[in-house]
Design a protein around this ligand. Structure first.
Ligand code: DX5
Ligand code: ZN
Length: 228
């Protein structure tokens, strides 16, 4: 996987049909997804529960691109090896999930994955300033994590600050929450390169009608690239 700042669209399967993940993953990839974003929630760090490592391992069999696993769980460290075994390419943990994110990022890389660190909307860019040499991705949440379909919270000033802090380091900036063709250009112009989108990708489509997924992905990509 060579590093690139080209725009990547990462559909979140949180908006997929939970009874049909395999075919949903195949459909979004066939329709142009660059990465597949997998939201793990524990009902403790966030007020919702999704799925754990065994389900993620089952998704892996269908993912041909990049499996981007966003863990909204606390604690993180006891589960790192399980997500490595499940086949995560990127494993992104929250800086708010515990006191030792520095150690967590080392452990994620040590387990053979790319390491991501996510920031809630209320967390400043400076919280990750001393973690950037240990990170492959910084995820800027533009909603409070826990649910799909929420309204975008404008974090463009934070994205700009992070982009300057990152400089020449090969660290992706990912945006997660409320990304659609209207909000994508704002964050792309500020320096984001990975755009997670759940409801805006899956709306109007299904495994029986996957072309809507393709049209949605192309609309987000075109809007973002138009801002560069
Ligand atoms: C929210 C998740 C997101 C979510 C995005 O906690 O981390 O990945 O699925 O969904 P939309 O794009 O609908 O805001
Ligand atoms: Zn997410």
């Amino acid at each position: 996987m060579t590093f690139s700042r080209a725009i990547k669209i990462a559909p979140s399967i949180l908006s997929a049909d939970f009874a049909d993940f395999g075919r949903e993953i195949q459909a979004i990839e066939a329709e142009g997804a660059d990465w597949v974003h997998v939201d793990v929630m524990d009902g403790h760090f966030v007020p919702n529960i999704t799925f754990g490592p065994p389900a993620v391992a089952a998704f892996r069999k269908h993912v041909k691109t990049v499996m981007d696993v966003h863990i909204m769980i606390a604690p993180v460290d006891p589960y790192i090896d399980a997500f490595a075994k499940a086949g995560a390419d990127f494993l992104t943990a929250h800086v708010e999930a515990g006191p030792h994110t520095h150690r967590t990022l080392q452990a994620i890389r040590g387990a053979g994955m790319k390491a991501g660190v996510a920031l809630n909307p209320g967390t400043p860019a400076e919280a990750v300033e001393h973690l950037l040499d240990l990170a492959d991705l910084v995820c800027v949440m533009t909603v409070n994590p826990g649910f799909g379909g929420q309204k975008f919270i404008d974090m463009t000033a934070k994205v700009r600050k992070l982009r300057a802090m990152i400089g020449d380091r090969p660290v992706h900036i990912e945006i997660d929450g409320g990304v659609d063709p209207v909000t994508a250009p704002l964050v792309a112009a500020a320096g984001a390169d990975v755009l997670v989108a759940g409801s805006a990708v899956f709306k109007g489509g299904s495994v029986a009608n996957p072309s809507a997924y393709g049209a949605n992905i192309r609309a987000i990509r075109a809007a973002a690239e138009g801002a560069l």
